[in-house]
Design a protein around this ligand. Sequence first.
Ligand SMILES: Cc1ncc(COP(=O)(O)O)c(C=O)c1O
Length: 345
Amino acid sequence: MGVHKLFDFYSDTKTKPSKAMLHSILNRDFGDEQKDEDSTTLELCSRVATLLGKEKAVFLPSGTMCNEIAINIHTNPGDEIICESSSHIINFETGGPSAISSVMINAIKGKNGMFKAEQLLEAIRKPSRYAPISSLVCVEQTANMAGGTIWELEKLNAVAIEAKKYNLNTHMDGARLLNACIKTGVDAETYSENFDSVWLDFSKGLGAPVGAVLAGSEEFINKSWRVKQRLGGAMRQSGVLAAMCLYALDNNISRLSNDHEVASFLGSEIEKLETVEQIFPIETNIVIFDLSDETISAPNLVQKMGEQGFQIGAFGERRIRIVTHLDVDMAAGTKLVEALKIYLK
Ligand SMILES: Cc1ncc(COP(=O)(O)O)c(C=O)c1O
């Protein structure tokens, strides 16, 4: 028995489907997704394609599969893709680009998870008989491991335009794109305009248990279906999941601003602590900070906080990540700060 209900600040992937979300499944029709017979999934794909300003979209079990399918289609074996060094593609997809698509990765060391068009230009391989071919640039909106930072539209477009000058394809990992939209007021279609492929994750701040939708041109999505099938991502009555994603589209987008408020409150309290060496800029729903050497280690703090009924994440010995979402409100945030202050001065 814990001291109180567990507050899970480890990730926005930890949300549980609400009763209303679960009930929404009952009002939907289902069919065989692989045969385009699941009307609920088709509706979700069509709505996301419109939201992102793309011709077509495909439902997938995870954001990771969206990234890996996009990489596979945008490249040929032996090519090189360009990503920022802290990106999910490089750090959390078990080497997927090399294992699935036989491509190399050129990691740009950016700032706050982002890089400039000039850095991209430096990274693009010049035509040569020896070098790999640079064929794809990927960006993450928002940049997770940089603390949920937002690519400014101008910087994003500058990168995409530079990429196109050199015939690179452009892909946006939009796991938290809607967090950026809610924060800045720039719509998802505008952020995605210069990207050949882009996806949304429903199992993060949007609060659905499973599902991501990858969007692009009709040709790109038709090709995606073949890789989806190959990887075992083609489903049957997937409308059961898509129904919850549709519920999330209708009910859980504008409320993302609450998560940003809680994260901003946490940041303002955490930065006052002397035992915190540095805290990353907080723009959306992710708080990342480093503990100073004299204090408790990050894994130790995670364990102690667990004993107090709070899950948070450690990355290495000194770095802590806290993520807000629809299952942790301001009251939970206030309790979290009190508990942190037991161990951090
Ligand atoms: C930026 C980013 N991209 C991709 C993913 C992968 O998404 P999924 O967990 O749906 O595979 C994550 C998950 O945390 C993420 O943060």
